[in-house]
Design a protein around this ligand. Sequence first.
Ligand code: PMP
Length: 383
Amino acid sequence: MKQTNNLIYFDNASTTRVNPRVLEVYNQTHLSSFANPSSIHKEGQRAFYLLSRTKEDILSLFKLKDYEVVYLSGATEANNLAIKGTALRYKNRGNHLITSTYEHPSVLEAFKQLENEFGFEVTYISPNHEGLITKEMVESVIKNNTILVSIMAVNNEIGSINPIDDISNLLEKYPKIVFHVDACQAIGKLEKEINYSKIDLLTISGHKIHGLVGSGALIKKKKIDLLPLNSGGGQEYNYRSGTEDLANASALLEAVKIALKDQKKNYMYVKSLADCLISYLNVHSDLFELNSPEKINPYIINFSTLTKKGSVVVEALSNANIMVSSTSACHSSKEKGSYVVKEIGKSDKVSNNTVRVSLDYTNTMEEVDIFISTLDKIIGEIR
Ligand code: PMP
């Protein structure tokens, strides 16, 4: 799957180009099985059966038993359902919630709402200088009345990979606490797979893995109950009322299959691209400061421009047909600077001049070379 013409797309953490195979599955399913899965006639029942099969297949790809898949429009909706649904359902057990300060806005804003509108107490853990939330940090803030911990697997701005297995092992000792993980930047992009079977609620998103925008899921342990956020006909185990979208579900399954298939090989390939870029940045440490942690996730490389405004460099790259971000696309228009980079202890100057390059296995070494020479020229020209 090649990139289009001479466009260099290094913004894959924002969204990825849809895989044609995903579109094919979507079209075929829509055309062949369009009946409402909740209709009681034969075609409806067939659609319901196919929908159930997609769920079984997704669970088996993640090696999960006693879980269920709730199809949603993406990670934002999954995070909201996981966080508010848990807090509001289990509020009689306790009032204390834990998350981190550098989560995606769809997590942070959900917690803020619970804090401000519903009277929950929320502890926000700051990451360390490597951009990590450790098991010890989580353990030190657990209280008798804690009912929910939500920690992302991979940070979407700096790419740090949290020790999710350590945290889930810790939380096993606290059966009253529900553990939610926003894994949408982790699926298909890790060297060592997470043990998903110790996570209570898992958020995934289709468009981060060459699937469709508007597809995603919350994968949940069956025994966890959630307060539904929208009321209606009771579809998706009553967690997401509204007509089920079999074609969208089938497309998500296809995207997950593709993402997990060559995960190791893709990781090594993307690492070779990232290594090249990182050595360039390190050689020019008078011009750039690397913000991604030392043990780098090759898919997301974050650095700051020290001599020029980051946003000007991002714009100049865009004019040269190279797409990167200054911060995450979800808040770049609203806010100046990166709250994530600030959270790992960087100065205002560094946080306000970030550039995020998010790579993918569809990128090439030639593109990395063009990126480096273009960046070199841009920094030289506006120096
Ligand atoms: N969580 C993380 C970590 C993300 O990177 C994103 C996308 N920027 C989201 C949630 C929101 O994803 P979606 O667009 O699927 O709602």
